[in-house]
Design a protein around this ligand. Sequence first.
Ligand code: FES
Length: 574
Amino acid sequence: MAKEPRTYRSAHSYGKDDKDGFLHRSWMKAQGFPEDVFDGRPVIGICNTWSEITPCNSHLREVADYVKRGVWERGGLPLEFPALSLGETQVRPTAMLFRNLLAMEVEESIRMNPIDGVVLLGGCDKTTPGQMMGAASVDLPTIVVSSGPMLTGKFQGRDIGSGTEVWRFSEEVRAGTMTMDEFKAAEAAMSRSRGVCMTMGSASSFAAVAEGMGLALPHNAATPGVEAGRFRIGHLAGRAIVDLVRADAKMSQFLTRKHFENGIRVHAAMGGSTNSIIHLLALAGRCGVDLTLDDFDVFTRDIPLLANISPSGDFHMEDLHYAGGVPAVMKELESVLHLDVPTVGGTTIGDCIADARVWNRSVIGSLAEPAKELAGTWVLRGNLAPGGAIMKPSAASPELLSFEGRAVVFDTIEDYKARVDDPDLDIDETCVMVLRNCGIRGYPGMPEVANMALPKKLLGKGVRDMVRVSDARMSGTAFGTVVLHVTPEADVGGPLALVRDGDVIRLDAPNRALELLVPDDELERRAREWSAEDRSRLRGYLKMHDQHVLQADKGCDLDFLQGSSGDVVERESH
Ligand code: FES
């Protein structure tokens, strides 16, 4: 083998002829590795969030084998290791509570081990952001390889999408227009293959962000999880990560302000999940990029919806793949992207999309003829959300974007569930539904419940959308006129905690305003009466989360995890 151009980080462990070198190499040889794989070649960690309880990532062991092919082929040594796997539909109380725990684990796992570069295998909603945050705080050469979306759901002769149809079906069952047998049959029909939700949920949104930023190879986001192309991306990523290590191209080279701006714009054109905003703010905090909540409004104002993908559009990720994938969407956006920024594939973004084409105009629109004019994220402010709140206009009802209504307040999600279908609940379609104490600290973990289902009696009348306001999050697969991430959250004494039944709330989304029409002196009086919940019962990770988690406008990271500590470990283990 040709001599490596330089000495890598792993040489601290594998390149020594003393007792320490013996210790590091000998136990590795127990796995059958011959002497010459410790000859100074790049050692590539494959950080795998595979798990059978994270079905979206359950095929990543197989994908890892293809990454290893590419690493071996380029003369590297691939070593796979596990990381906390967060199955969005399985983890309670919510996977978001543990994103930072995953990020901590990934950061320390990368730093503590004798590796020179990392391939992050993730997919389900919180796995990719958690891995990227952790990796960014170490800053080795890093590539993202995603699970890829499931095949499109098929039910009763039509296409159905993950998540999105769950909300619809459950409302139809409650409205009496769908039987329980049909509801059960739809479960298997919706989830037809392994991979992530095939709507523009949080998983595909963040995979698209990673691709848009150049941290993943082209077509990473939309190639289905079960297609041969998924394995090909793994194989190519294996080659590319060895090249990145040899070029000493650290992750931070692909995490500049320009990379973030590209990611935000691609995300808007895709109709991406609001969850990505929190993750990108947290990621920016890890690498010292000055990104604010308002950037998501500013940088998406001129971006219409190009990807006609559910829940904002009519198609699914599989259709997007056949129509040209994320590169084709980016090609349509090229006039507003930074084309000169480098990517992990060794080329620029401009090179990546030079030959991209749109093969189906029903699925991918153009700036001149978009799928929808409204896209991106609107950042609302006002006395009800001094730290900001957001809404996704492409998922909202246009006639509700400017609205004034009487508040009906639910103190907790349990309170909501207990009362929402009470026939005596004083509510109609002229009201604003308020759900609080569902923030990152209060719930804890900020569950995806902001898009609370409407009262049964209103569904029965044919009402399908109402203005809803919450400090919770909303699934990327959900829809509705929902104001979410209200900051500060109620649990820390934000104004949301002071709203009472009957107060009037004014939403003026086109002017980015959210106001509680209650006099200041009355709000001050209510604030004096408010008291925080006793948290002394908490221990372990939940206590740490409670004491250190930042609000949504700062990305919900733990305060002491912001920034980077690099990859240096000073001391030996024995
Ligand atoms: Fe895993 Fe949707 S539940 S990606």
